[in-house]
Write a protein that binds this ligand. Structure first.
Ligand SMILES: O=C1N[C@]2(CO1)C[C@H](C(=O)N1CCC(COc3ccc(F)cc3Cl)CC1)C2
Length: 321
């Protein structure tokens, strides 16, 4: 009746991206106002928490770190400190739906959002330091984000370091039947959750596993079918892109990795036309190599910092003067 119509007409149209003056400040999932946190606002108006590790002197290069599914960029502090000590300017953010950023926990409408936001942050930092070479370091799903980001801007990165990147599905979890069921369920119950990431497979160092389980900024819930579908779509996109990868990359992968199959890294190494590529296999290494047994974690940091340093272009003559 007319009363329904009149009540509908009373609905006020508010545009969320333009909060009214005096509106409550946007807060992180942990309740901290973003005005008190380093952040960027992505193309969908979501606030992404950022971290920066700035060397004291003139930085020699920019390094963007892309974290993996369900984690955040805090656990990369030690790696970032080591890079900062080499006068590199390191920056990272928590992807949408992760850590201290906004967005539905460990869910994404389209994997491309992670790549779009990474390029936004990278472009922001390049505008502040236009003459610096840019590297990306990515782990696991962050490796997939790194690969697809570098594929979108093939000339923009002097090097990409991939630590146990998600390139191929784990064959046990991606049997044709399971993939078929996931696709079927995605239409019927997309928010249905599958198993969660088993933290025992992250590292042979149980202190690291305990730290992961205790970190409240990590997502410990089950993986939504719809999120798994986005990961599968990203894997399929990488299979198509790999034959055209020509930028320099370093691959580090453990051969006891049960979360991201090492065959993906071997396939990328064997099938990419890059003339500047290196793969280092860690015998017995688990998934999060940078947090595996101390000697492995240390080797990873040395390998990564050495490779990046060697790939910083020598200053051209006029720059050197
Ligand atoms: O230190 C770290 N590493 C972390 C956590 O903390 C591991 C995590 C991370 O990114 N992945 C591990 C899990 C894997 C699951 O993959 C799938 C699952 C269902 C599906 F349908 C299709 C796929 Cl591909 C994705 C990649 C980051």
């Amino acid at each position: 009746g007319s009363d329904v119509l009149s009540s509908l007409l009373r609905v006020s149209v508010t545009d969320s991206s333009m909060p009214e003056p005096g509106a409550a400040p946007r807060r992180s999932p942990q309740g901290v106002p973003y005005s008190d946190l380093p952040h960027i606002v992505n193309a969908d108006g979501l606030h992404l928490f950022c971290r920066y590790w700035e060397p004291t002197g003139q930085p020699r290069a920019l390094v963007f770190i892309a974290h993996g599914a369900g984690e955040h960029c805090g656990p990369y502090d030690e790696m970032a400190q080591r890079l900062k000590e080499l006068s590199l300017l390191v920056f990272a953010h928590d992807h949408v739906g992760h850590g201290q950023s906004e967005g539905d926990r460990m869910n994404i409408k389209d994997f491309q959002i992670y790549i779009r936001d990474s390029l936004q942050h990278i472009d922001l930092m390049k505008s502040r330091h236009p003459d610096l070479p840019v590297f990306i370091v990515g782990h696991s799903m962050g490796g997939a984000i790194s690969i697809l980001t570098a594929c979108e801007r093939p000339g923009d990165f002097v090097g990409v370091v991939l630590i146990a990147p998600l390139v191929q599905m784990n064959p046990e979890s991606a049997t044709p039947f399971k993939v078929f069921m996931a696709k079927l369920l995605n239409h019927m119950l997309p928010s249905l959750t599958m198993g969660s990431i088993e933290s025992k497979w992250l590292s042979r160092d149980k202190r690291q596993v305990e730290a992961y389980d205790a970190d409240e900024l990590n997502y410990h819930g089950g993986m939504r079918v719809s999120f798994g579908m986005q990961l599968m779509a990203a894997v399929e996109r990488m299979q198509r892109e790999i034959p055209s990868i020509s930028w320099p990359f370093l691959l580090l992968h453990g051969d006891a990795d049960k979360l991201c199959d090492i065959r993906g890294s071997r396939m990328m190494y064997d099938n990419s036309p890059s003339t500047d590529k290196k793969i280092k296999i860690y015998e017995g290494g688990y998934h999060a190599l940078h947090h595996d047994l101390p000697e492995v974690a240390e080797s990873v940091l040395k390998e990564l910092t050495t490779w990046i340093t060697e790939h910083i272009p020598a200053a051209t003559s006029q720059e050197a003067q």
